[in-house]
Design a protein around this ligand. Structure first.
Ligand code: MTE
Ligand code: HPA
Ligand code: MOS
Length: 766
């Protein structure tokens, strides 16, 4: 790399600036165009899914006569109308787009209706008569586990000798935690708009985090090749993992209508259908035995997860892997056995959700620490501190990755000081001594989160950069925008390479025809992967332009400086646009496809050993809560967060991600409760019954900072670190603070299942 291409020492003029999200104003003005805002083409058909009304059974007959007789209803398609493969499984197989024999969850798609309007399509969908032979549903992970009903084999990680460690331990504690699931509740529900072309070509507008997956599945379902399907995504109204795999259902169903009718088709799900038909965060039960010294130092841990996979695998395998590889959280565990079971239940197939199994691992870890402290009457922060990964304690994870650039001590120490822990701890204890009804709680916890997809092959990206003759730049890459600010960050990277203003870089919709074979925008890797691919593309163009400049200025490369939309050498200068035009005139290519593959990672998926993560991010939070011991209500009064973002690409966007993730995590742990009735019908299917945090749930005092001087030691794009998911887990501090409040007059440890709703808090108080 020459000096023009270094990611480190270059003076930064665009990267590292807190520039607003490129669509911020459009979002608030209602001018950002989502798929349902696009002008509809003449003849557009509107679709509705026909879904199962029972959780488990055999389909005896499907009768759409009445539905099809309605004026304005065009057609009804089921499994037998699929010309290609009826399978949308993202990793495994046997996950049908439309089921035609057995029904495995309530809300499972059976077919799709197309009509002149959405209202009519929905009405017609309800008029389809399906006759079932009902079977008993399995709705509980413990029952599935007893019956050995799994969607995948168990995953097991072994380190050292856990039985020997437990035998030698001064104390062994056992525990069990029920961890709730979570609906994505993206503001824009799942949607696709498909436009048929010549020769069975299909243009697909999909609200998806994974355009390539949508492309592949639409092609499979239609029986065409990937090169017949072009998928476009300008933005999503939120994804949060829910559009990583399951957008394929919606896009494939719409494409099928377009194929059969030759007309554009739009399928968008009403909130209630979205919530019943698609998967969520895996609720899990974790169980453990932990062996510790008299001082509370962990010697060994035996942990088992029962994850609600739902009826099929979807992404459950890698979700469990991430739970297993985050059960250590910040703590050195010399001996471990960590097992994850993918329990098969008659509920929607659970999927990716911000943190991707990490939250379930980290809350288990932190609950174990909490239990050790309570049982031994120790300060929980002291128990944390003696167990942190540290050079004199141990820095090898149970999966054999070395913990590097370990920021646990600086992050937690700095935060405890800035949050004024000691003073507030004393005040809260004094408050609780006088106030038996409204009690307060305080807790601190750290998060260490591994960055990379835990499947090495997914850690790659592509970008396409063009420089036009007026010096403006067209930027395209494989990442998708779901509100997280990826497009601005990658535009900043390109502007930085060329040393031009960021508004000269045109942000464009993701498109499989421009950048192929992409990974999902997921695992928080969007800017790491696509930022680096765009960096590589822009740098290649820049080095060609540099050569043109050296000849023009008759100067050597080292003396040429790209700065402020200009190019200078030895007292001479050209505008960036003039150099672009000069390059064109000399027949030099101003376009480049860049690629990036994360180095250093490897993974043995059988043994669960290797280096799955390129690096770790670190963060910590202190939360203060109050609980009402009569009603069970809780509030977070104050939260302090310190998060490691490396050398942040955009601190304004990163702060927004941290705040949003924390509040979403609070929702998962305090108010968002999924509730199924005995027949397997989800009864929390909209905002009236499923409570997501509102603006008044944001902690009234909310101090968020980024760790200073924290350049990534790994060569990531401008030494930044990922931010999208890790801070969600910092909300576990709120859960622990609620436990602190409940436990203020209790001896020993006690259980609090999540979400810590008023009901669950009351049952722990009493
Ligand atoms: N932020 C917003 N506003 N909307 C989202 O849907 N998804 C989260 C996170 N932040 C999400 C979000 C999830 S699950 C991931 S994996 C990352 O963003 C993905 O984007 P990134 O890799 O560019 O951070
Ligand atoms: N995160 C999100 N999606 C994934 C991952 C992950 O770690 N691994 C495979 N798909
Ligand atoms: Mo995020 S759960 O990896 O889409």
């Amino acid at each position: 790399m020459n000096k023009h291409m270094q990611t480190t020492s270059m003076e930064r003029s665009v990267v590292g600036k807190g520039i607003a999200h490129d669509s911020a104003k459009k979002h608030v003005a209602g001018q950002a165009i989502y798929i349902d805002d696009m002008a509809e083409l003449p003849g557009t058909l509107h679709a509705a899914l026909v879904v199962s009304t029972i959780a488990h059974g055999i389909i005896k007959s499907i009768d759409a006569t009445e539905a099809l007789a309605m004026q304005g209803v065009h057609l009804f398609l089921t499994a037998k109308d699929i010309p290609g493969h009826n399978d949308i499984a993202p990793i495994m197989s046997g996950e049908p787009l439309f089921t035609d024999d057995k029904v495995e969850h309530l809300g499972q798609p059976i077919g799709v209706i197309a009509a002149d309007s959405i209202e009519l399509a929905i009405k017609a969908a309800h008029a389809v008569v399906i006759d079932y032979e009902e079977l008993e549903p399995v709705l509980d992970v413990e029952i599935a586990h007893q019956r050995k009903e799994y969607v995948l084999p168990a995953q097991e990680l072994i380190q050292g000798d856990v039985e020997a460690a437990l035998k030698d331990a001064a104390h062994v504690f056992e525990g069990r935690l029920e961890i709730g699931g979570q609906d994505h509740f993206y503001l824009e529900t799942q949607i696709a708009y498909t436009i048929p072309g010549e020769d069975n070509d299909m243009l697909v507008y999909s609200s998806t985090q994974h355009p390539t997956e949508v492309q592949h599945h639409v092609a499979h379902v239609l029986g065409t090749l990937a090169n017949s399907v072009d998928v476009k995504v300008r933005r999503m109204g939120g994804g949060f993992g829910g559009k990583e795999s399951q957008a394929t259902i919606i896009a494939s169903a719409a494409a099928l209508i377009s194929l059969k009718t030759g007309k554009p088709a739009k399928l968008r799900l009403k909130r209630a259908v979205d919530m019943t038909a698609t998967g969520k965060r895996h609720d899990m039960v974790s169980k453990w035995r932990v062996g510790v010294t008299a001082e509370g130092k962990i010697l060994g841990m035996d942990v088992e997860y029962l994850a609600r996979a739902g009826y099929s695998a979807d992404l459950t395998g890698p979700v469990i892997t991430r739970a297993i590889t985050h059960t250590d959280n910040a703590y050195f565990v010399p001996n471990a056995r960590i097992v994850g079971h993918a329990c098969k239940t008659n509920t929607a197939s659970n999927t990716a959700f911000r943190g991707f199994g990490g939250p379930q691992g980290v809350i288990t870890s932190e609950t174990i620490i909490d239990q050790i402290a309570r049982e031994l009457s120790l300060n929980p922060n002291d128990v944390r501190a003696i167990n942190y990964y540290a050079p004199d304690n141990g820095e090898l994870t149970p999966y054999d990755q070395q913990v590097e650039q370990n920021q646990l001590v600086p992050v937690t120490q700095t935060l405890l000081a800035s949050a004024e822990w000691d003073r507030r701890r004393a005040e809260i204890d004094a408050h609780n001594a006088k106030n038996p009804i409204i009690r307060k709680g305080l807790a601190m916890m750290p998060v260490k989160f591994g960055i990379s997809f835990n499947l090495p092959s997914l850690n790659q990206a592509g970008a396409l950069v063009h420089v036009y003759q007026d010096g403006s730049v067209h930027l395209n890459h494989g990442g998708t925008e779901m509100g997280q600010g990826l497009f601005m960050k990658v535009a900043q990277v390109v502007a930085e390479v060329f040393q031009i203003d960021v508004d000269r870089v045109k942000i464009t919709e993701t498109q499989t025809g421009k950048v192929p074979n992409t990974s999902a925008t997921a695992a928080s890797t969007g800017s790491d992967l696509n930022g680096m691919a765009a960096f590589n593309a822009a740098s290649a163009i820049k080095s060609r332009m540099l050569k043109v400049a050296t000849e023009h200025f008759k100067a050597d490369e080292g003396s040429i400086l790209f700065k402020d939309n200009e190019v200078h050498a030895e007292g001479q200068s050209l505008t960036f646009a003039e150099l672009a035009r000069l390059s064109w005139a000399q027949r030099v290519s101003l376009s480049e496809a860049g690629h990036y593959a994360t180095p250093k990672i490897h993974w043995d998926a059988q043994k669960l050993k290797g280096r799955p993560f390129f690096y770790f991010t670190y963060g910590a939070a202190v939360a203060e809560v109050a609980i009402d011991t009569i009603t069970g209500e809780s509030r977070c009064l104050r939260a302090d967060i310190l998060q490691d973002c490396g050398a942040s690409l955009n601190p304004a966007i990163d702060l927004g991600q941290i705040e949003g993730a924390f509040v979403q995590g609070m929702g998962w742990l305090t108010c968002e409760e999924l509730w199924w009735d005995k027949k397997g019908k989800l009864r929390t299917i909209g905002p009236s019954t499923y409570k997501i945090p509102g603006s008044r749930d944001v902690p009234p005092e909310f101090n968020v900072s980024l760790l200073n001087n924290a350049s990534n030691i790994e060569e990531t794009v401008f030494r930044s670190k990922a931010v999208g998911e890790p801070p969600l887990m910092l909300a576990i501090s709120v859960y622990l603070a609620i436990k602190d409040a409940i436990g203020s007059n209790k001896e020993g440890s006690f259980d609090l299942k999540t979400p810590a709703t008023p009901e669950n808090i009351l049952s722990s108080v009493n």
